[in-house]
Ligand binder design. Structure first.
Ligand code: BG6
Length: 477
């Protein structure tokens, strides 16, 4: 690429989530959230799927969110580093339980509100635009214990109260919002996506879609409130994206690919087009799922659609109808995918497919005709800190560079993209595995899987590379 394709004002930056970065899990009046119950190791996966033994942390068990990288106390130092790279935007999430420790409290927690006030002020001081996710994989545990979390309609009200509180408080500081992080994750990791805990005999499929309906209504109410309270704000949805390829040109495979994509598009179809698509209604009918909807829901969904489509892109997926082919599922991918023989994988088995990024962006834009915002992308890899305090992460630069080139191709295709915030600009806790070893950052954090380390920050080679990318607005990739 010779001259920049990226529009002026393109929002270059990075993205983190409260629970994976902040730590200080009970400080400043914060309540316990679902993520605080995710341990490391094998048990983590069971809990993420909705099998929870205890609503309080168990002694002797390691919970990586409790300290994370201590962003809560070190955010000034970290933001200074992001500013040095020239960030135009930082995507963060607000921890619901910092604002409403129990979720159903009558009044918000002032210390929690103040923390984000200070954080946003610090970003603005460096001319970094805050991009804020209202719920990134966390629900106050009290709401799970008392109401069964998102399976209960009352969560809609608690979420609306939370959203209105933060819109009012930060209306002069935050102009970019997103409702639920990777809303489609609910179907795959129900405890992570919606705080769902299952008992024996539960109709899990029905509960998941009922919870989804509640989140979709809550999202529409948040869009409505955001537009009313902050007239110059933009509020989007957030999809874990990645197109599904058919393994062969057998129409059965092609249909299966389309259906797989629709499992995810379902959410965005409602959030962006404002109504349940016909294929979803058929799915409910065919599977005898009864989803309760209240009077007024339809109009609400229709009238309060999102302004932009936020999405994460890590990998494309492959599907097939051939049982033999289906045996070759890649490890590590939450969504489950047949191995793509044309592509390499990360150390965690996630397919690496830069061209898939262009395909996905085009597919989303063709479908919704709304601006996109790439709010996550990156490579989780093992890094080695040299005795001189350096990390030579050429593999990361290589990954990101190829993806940025494809993003610029999408822009040339006519896709409108507001910005690009790569995932984990500073090493944080991995959402899926709870490891520190799975690093995405331009900044290395001295901490290992067992929680040892000084938490000292080091600039990696990619730090200097990304700085240059931003400085040149993506020219000469
Ligand atoms: C997305 C999430 O699924 O992917 C992030 O929104 C997460 O929270 C990211 O960290 C990368 O996944 P992982 O499991 O490598 O941390």
């Amino acid at each position: 690429m010779s001259s920049s394709t990226f529009p002026k004002g393109f929002l270059w930056g990075g993205a983190i989530a409260a629970n994976q970065a902040e730590g200080a899990y009970l400080e400043g009046g914060k309540g316990l959230t679902t993520v605080d119950l995710l341990p490391t190791g094998k048990k983590r996966w069971e809990v993420m799927l909705g099998s929870v033994d205890s609503f309080t942390p168990i002694n002797g068990q390691m919970y990586p969110s409790h300290e994370a990288i201590d962003f809560y106390h070190r955010y000034k130092e970290d933001i200074a580093l992001f500013a040095e790279m020239g960030y135009k935007a930082l995507r963060v999430s607000i921890s619901w339980a910092r604002i409403f420790p129990n979720g159903d409290d009558e009044k918000p927690n002032e210390a929690g509100l103040q923390f984000y006030d200070d954080l946003f002020a610090e970003l603005l001081k460096h001319e970094i635009e805050p991009v804020v996710t209202i719920a990134h994989f966390d629900v106050p545990v009290h709401l799970v214990e008392t109401y069964g979390s998102w399976r209960n309609r009352r969560l809609v009200h608690f979420f609306e109260m939370y959203a209105k509180t933060i819109f009012k408080r930060y209306k002069n500081k935050v102009k970019y919002w997103m409702t639920f992080n990777e809303i489609n994750m609910l179907l795959h990791l129900p405890f992570v996506g919606a705080g769902l805990v299952f008992k024996e005999g539960d109709n899990q499929e029905e509960i998941k879609y009922q919870a989804a309906h509640h989140q979709l209504v809550a999202s529409a109410l948040a869009v409505k409130a955001c537009h009313e309270i902050i007239s110059d704000a933009k509020i989007g949805c957030m999809l874990a994206a990645g197109s599904t390829y058919p393994y062969t040109c057998n129409p059965g495979d092609v249909l299966s690919g389309m259906e797989k994509d629709r499992e995810s598009f379902f959410f965005i179809d409602v959030q962006s087009r404002g109504e349940y698509p016909g294929y979803a209604k058929r799915f409910f009918r065919d599977n005898q799922l009864t989803i309760e909807m209240a009077e007024g829901d339809e109009a609400l969904l229709k009238n309060h659609t999102v302004d932009y489509i936020g999405f994460s892109y890590y990998a494309s997926r492959v599907t097939s109808t051939d049982p033999e082919v289906l045996k070759n599922i890649t490890g590590g991918n939450v969504f489950g995918s047949v191995e793509n023989p044309f592509l390499e994988k990360s150390e965690w088995g996630w397919t690496i497919d830069p061209k898939g990024f262009r395909i996905t962006a085009n597919q989303l834009y063709d479908r919704y005709q709304k601006p996109l915002f790439v709010v996550e992308n990156g490579l989780g890899a093992v890094d080695e800190l040299t005795p001189d305090g350096e990390v030579n992460d050429d593999y990361r630069i290589n990954y990101l560079k190829k993806h940025l080139v494809e993003m610029s191709e999408s822009i040339k295709d006519g896709v409108e993209i507001l910005g690009y915030t790569s995932w984990g600009p500073i090493d944080i806790v991995s959402a899926s595995t709870g490891e520190m070893k799975k690093r995405y950052g331009y900044i290395y954090v001295d901490k290992d899987n067992e929680g040892n380390g000084t938490l000292k920050r080091y600039k990696k080679k990619s730090f200097h590379w990304y700085k240059k990318v931003i400085e040149t607005n993506g020219e000469n990739l």
